[in-house]
Design a protein around this ligand. Structure first.
Ligand code: ITT
Length: 177
């Protein structure tokens, strides 16, 4: 049994495609203001380990847009809540360079062990319109190939996504011990 500390149902469903015996724990943790996802995840894990016994993971993710010097990056949750996808599309009006990537940092720990971090990325581009009805967050404006992530079902997204990459790296490490 592995605990996944997250308040995000979409993340949890994707993680279930990778880990069979998973339980969501919506207990919250302090997301510090920092320059990197790694710092946010590592700090959050320290707090979570004081409250949960047993194998546990949490994840911090972000969208990094090249033409915006990596914005929204570590501010992705706040930006999604405030200006949302339509705000990002507006910021990108007239911008030729649409390159962007998602990054995922998973922190894993169990009692008596120093937390370990696992990372994943998916490269793509910001479209000119939102498309699809699936996924969550920025999925409908982030395109890989012809499709937005919002047009992909869970299985398709889990083949290419940043989260699938970081979680598969954790799984391989766990299986290889
Ligand atoms: P936690 O409880 O796990 O922290 P969260 O939704 O706050 O859930 P993050 O801080 O890691 O998660 O995510 C930052 C933002 O990026 C947030 O608005 C997400 O919706 C968005 N995001 C993360 N992963 C995404 C994905 O795979 N597709 C689209 N948007 C994503």
């Amino acid at each position: 049994m592995l605990y996944f500390v997250t308040g995000n149902k979409g993340k949890f469903m994707e993680a279930q495609g990778i880990f069979k015996d998973l339980m969501q724990k919506n207990i919250g943790y302090t997301e510090i203001q920092a320059d990197t996802l790694e710092e946010v995840a590592a700090y959050g894990m320290k707090e979570v380990m004081e409250r949960l016994r047993g194998p546990v993971m949490l994840e911090d993710a972000g969208l990094f847009i090249e033409a915006l010097q990596g914005f929204p990056g570590v501010y992705s949750a706040y930006v999604q809540k405030t200006i949302g996808n339509s705000g990002i599309l507006r910021l990108m009006e007239g911008v030729q360079n649409r390159k962007a990537y998602f990054r995922s940092v998973v922190a894993y720990a169990e009692p008596g062990m120093e937390p370990r971090l696992f990372k994943g990325e998916v490269h793509g581009r910001i479209g000119f319109e939102a498309r699809g009805t699936k996924g969550f967050g920025y999925d409908q404006i982030f395109y890989v190939g012809e499709k937005s992530l919002g047009e992909m079902d869970l299985v398709e997204k889990n083949i290419i996504s940043h989260r699938a990459a970081s979680m598969k790296a954790l799984k391989e490490w766990l299986d290889g011990r």
